[in-house]
Unconditional design. Structure first.
Length: 72
């Protein structure tokens, strides 16, 4: 079970993966309950970078380096 702080972070990550990545004002207000402004900036930057890396790796068919190996 996730805390309200964790849920707000996960909701942000989910919203940022949609196209277009529209983040409602009420979502930012909820984040401000749990995080300082500089922490929100870092959270958004980290989510954006992970999304970039996922799409970059997918475009070049780069697979995990031994971290996850699907079964037969």
């Amino acid at each position: 079970m996730f805390s309200k702080k964790e849920r707000s972070s996960l909701e942000l990550a989910e919203a940022m993966t949609k196209t277009p990545a529209d983040i409602p004002d009420d979502m930012f207000r909820e984040l401000q309950v749990h995080f300082q402004d500089d922490q929100i900036v870092e959270l958004v930057a980290t989510i954006a970078m992970e999304k970039f890396r996922a799409r970059f790796n997918r475009a070049f068919l780069i697979e995990a380096q031994g971290i996850y190996k699907p079964g037969p």
